[in-house]
Write a protein that binds this ligand. Structure first.
Ligand SMILES: Cc1ncc(COP(=O)(O)O)c(C=O)c1O
Length: 343
């Protein structure tokens, strides 16, 4: 059988031999005591890339988002979130359960405007939740990896600050957004009060995210990291994978975008499927079915060695990454096209 093509997510990559070597050779110490030199190096490197005073290494993107939002809010506060955002949809209700915050959902495809922020903002009075934070996701996962327009982003951040709120960026895939738009990560992160980034998505590290911002924000997040169980000991082994990923796997993300595009162009011409090519801007392809169910494609595709995800009642999601080459992406496209004919 041909090699397996796993398009369920860009989190399924396995560390390469060179990355494993960097991990094995990492200098380590107890990071809960603040003594791991490799973790410190990674934190400094990420702060430098996104242009913040400091950054903090945490086990997951979920923890990075949740401790930042926790640091920005008090119980009973409100967070404005773009529809379908990861920090609302896929983080097990943590915002409500752990931060005690409620959410106000805006926009339609993950993006929203400054006018929508102004409309959603609630004036502080005894009868309403205090709206404290606006959370942006770039690229936006569930909207198909789309990138925010930088003017729109600047307007949203300006409105947020004008209203006395803080702006949080879920930049799990900020690296993809930078490659796709030609802007630097620092430009895309500018103006945000907190930024979360992931090393274990397109960059191919096995574990790890960071939350970046001012020294004061990172100090507050440090306490919540410990409270949420994210203090790690000889974490330099993991940080070394992150440093390796930043150095070697960031600039190649364009290959994943090109593979996603090639796959999408085949699928856009298949009867029974709908692919919005305009939204295929990075490494995610959303495939809408005109009839049938995702299962009718996902299950037989798996038997043919092509693993896909579902993203709704009539939607399949395919994500390209480091461990999928052009031949694999094209094979997947042809398997999906063949199965679509049977719907
Ligand atoms: C946009 C976005 N933010 C945050 C996360 C959470 O990352 P983790 O799985 O490391 O908790 C993900 C995971 O896929 C994501 O897509």
């Amino acid at each position: 059988m041909a090699a397996l093509v796993d398009l369920r997510s860009d989190t399924v990559t396995r560390p390469s031999p060179a990355m494993r070597k960097a991990m094995a050779e990492a200098e380590v110490g107890d990071d809960v005591y603040g003594e791991d030199p490799t973790v410190k190096q990674l934190q400094e490197r990420v702060a430098e890339i996104v242009g913040t005073e400091a950054a903090l290494f945490v086990p997951s993107g979920t923890m990075a988002n949740q401790i930042a939002l926790r640091a920005h809010t008090r119980h009973g506060d409100e967070v404005i979130i773009g529809r379908g955002a990861h920090c609302w949809r896929h983080e097990s209700g943590a915002l409500a359960a752990l931060a005690g915050a409620q959410t106000s959902m805006v926009g339609t495809d993950g993006r929203f405007t400054a006018a929508e922020v102004r409309l959603a903002f609630k004036a502080v009075d005894p009868y309403q939740a205090a709206t404290r934070v606006v959370a942006v996701e770039n690229t936006h996962n569930m909207a198909g990896g789309i990138c925010w327009d930088r003017t729109q982003l600047a307007e949203v951040i300006a409105a947020t600050h004008e209203l006395g709120m803080l702006a949080h960026l879920d930049g799990a895939r900020i690296w993809n957004a930078a490659v796709a738009t030609g802007a630097t990560e620092k430009q895309l992160a500018a103006g945000f009060d907190s930024i979360s980034v992931c090393l274990s998505k397109g960059l191919g590290a096995p574990v790890g995210s960071l939350v970046a911002g001012s020294r004061a924000l990172v100090k507050a997040c440090h306490r919540f990291r410990k409270m949420y169980g994210g203090g790690m000991r000889q974490a330099g082994i993991l940080a070394a994978a992150g440093l390796y990923a930043l150095e070697h796997n960031r600039s190649r993300l364009g290959e994943d975008h090109a593979n996603a595009r090639a796959m999408a162009e085949v699928l856009a011409n298949v009867k029974g499927l709908k692919v919005d090519l305009g939204s295929v801007q990075t490494n995610i392809v959303m495939i809408d079915l005109e009839r049938g169910t995702p299962d009718a494609i996902v299950t037989p595709a798996k038997a043919k060695g092509v693993f896909l995800g579902t993203a709704g009642a009539m939607r399949i999601r395919a994500v390209t990454h480091l461990d999928v080459d052009r031949a694999g992406a094209m094979r997947a496209a042809h398997v999906i096209a063949e199965l679509a004919a049977t719907l």
